[in-house]
Design a protein around this ligand. Structure first.
Ligand code: EPZ
Length: 436
């Protein structure tokens, strides 16, 4: 049987601790050398855990990142009747045969963006779900109109009252759904619900990110019939029943990209292991364009920074374009590159909150609407700064590693939402970083 009590206690403690503000101190100016092993992809894991609801049986997920978002989502499943057992910090066993409802209220899910996947999974299995309006990083309005458009096309009624989204359907019938915006969340959410609808659903203008493919592979392993994931047209043939299965989460290309950037920024020599190079093509190409030396060798990359990196122009796009989640970490590297560069953020309208904090460290950046113009400076200087979201925290961590003197980052708990064991991984390659 599962040790639910022990598991519950662990998560309760983790949940309470993660609510407290954390502060870290970084001694800058140190060259980082050594190797970093990349963990499972956060944005895939936060879809796979809710997807286990559809199985109605025992799922085993391996290569899970040990991050607070995973803990919070697991706690929500526990609260809904799942039986969960952790094997170490990378493998989780989730038995959802005992789940009879799909509910996540304010206290459970207020900070989570991915709580919206409980809607698609609950709709697929129980034909209803109630979930708090999703939270997540404050990087823009982050509407969910395309999720709702998909659920309604499948025959569900959607209502939003007192901040709770309720979805309900007598039955789900396959439909043709054209997404007005290429959206990762809506693509996966519709896939979840449609996997147990009657008939065929086609999603046109679907997102093509690697974690869409990872989610489709997991659902197909449960017995779903999904074709075309990774292209802009996905076909889902609904089935009556799904079953538990085993799956390993793909490596986190955003975590990998972040370590590649900080290796270049500290003029270091860092080998990044447990990656899929294909998923890193955009960041690899842009770093090479700056003059960073990158050597590929199977499932690892070696990044050698040098002092003559030049500024470039970055434009965030949906996959396989340059990922919006690496725009903020990249801004820290561009702020010390030679010449002038620009960052154009086409996905989220409010993703430049880190710029103000970088300017307190001496960066020369001017934001005009969706474009940041960056004039490279010789050096940044350590300062007290504040993380406003997960990737802003990563950007400030990189800036602290390259600045002269000491940097203190307030709200460092944001970083833990997407980077498992980041302090341990950085200290192992020579960083001086402490929690205060
Ligand atoms: C996911 O957010 C990720 N979060 C984000 O990662 C990532 O930046 C984003 O995908 C893009 O890759 C998780 O997976 C938990 P979208 P999501 O739906 O699903 C608009 C990180 O740092 N849109 O692909 O919210 C939306 O406003 C986080 O790890 C609608 O208009 O992103 C945005 O402009 C940050 N209507 C664009 O689409 C909708 O119904 C892309 O959003 C949904 C989205």
């Amino acid at each position: 049987m599962y040790s639910v009590l022990k598991t519950t206690r662990r998560w309760w403690i983790a949940d309470k601790v993660s609510e407290y503000m954390k502060r870290i101190q970084i001694e800058g100016g140190r060259r980082l050398e050594g190797s970093v092993e990349i963990g499972g992809f956060k944005n895939s894991a936060v879809a796979l855990i809710p997807a286990t609801i559809l199985a109605g049986g025992l799922c085993v997920i391996d290569n899970l990142p040990d991050i607070s978002d995973v803990d919070k989502l697991s706690q929500i499943l526990l609260n809904n009747g799942a039986k969960i057992k952790r094997q170490g910090n990378k493998t989780i066993e989730i038995d959802t045969s005992g789940i009879e409802k799909c509910y996540a209220d304010y206290d459970m899910a207020k900070e989570l963006r991915a709580s919206y996947y409980l809607l698609g999974a609950g709709l697929g299995r129980f034909k209803k779900a109630k979930v708090i309006f999703p939270g997540g990083c404050s990087i823009g309005t982050r509407p969910i109109d395309q999720h709702i458009k998909g659920f309604e096309a499948l025959g569900a009624r959607v209502s939003i009252e007192h901040g709770i989204i309720s979805v309900e359907a007598e039955k789900l019938v396959g439909a043709e759904i054209y997404l007005d915006v290429v959206t990762v969340g809506a693509t996966i959410n519709i896939m979840l619900a449609a996997s147990m609808a009657e008939g065929v659903t086609t999603i046109e203008n679907a997102a093509k990110e690697p974690h869409i493919v990872d989610a489709a592979n997991f659902l197909n392993c449960m017995g779903a019939k999904i074709k075309g994931a990774g292209t802009d047209t996905i076909k889902i043939k609904g089935v009556d029943k799904l079953r538990g299965c085993e799956h390993s989460v793909i490596p986190d290309q955003i975590e990998a990209g972040t370590y590649m950037i900080l290796a270049a920024a500290t003029k270091g020599d860092v080998t990044i292991t447990n990656i899929i190079p294909k998923h890193l093509e955009a960041i690899t190409a842009k770093l090479k364009e700056m003059g960073v030396k990158i050597t590929e060798n199977g499932e690892m990359l070696r990044v050698e920074g040098n002092s003559a990196i030049k500024n470039i122009n970055i434009k965030t796009l949906v996959y396989p374009g340059f990922p919006t989640d690496l725009q903020q970490p990249m801004t820290s590297l561009l702020s010390i590159a030679n010449g002038t560069g620009t960052v154009t953020e086409t996905i989220f309208e409010g993703r430049f909150k880190h710029v103000g904090e970088l300017k307190r460290m001496g960066a020369n950046i001017k934001v005009e609407g969706r474009i940041a113009v960056i004039q490279g400076v010789d050096k940044l200087s350590g300062a007290k700064v504040e993380a406003t979201d997960l990737r802003a925290g990563a950007a400030l961590m990189i800036a602290g590693l390259i600045a002269e003197g000491t940097t203190e980052i307030e709200n460092a708990q944001y970083i833990e939402r997407g980077y498992s064991f980041y302090r341990e991984k950085l200290i192992k390659i020579g960083a001086k970083i402490t929690e205060i």
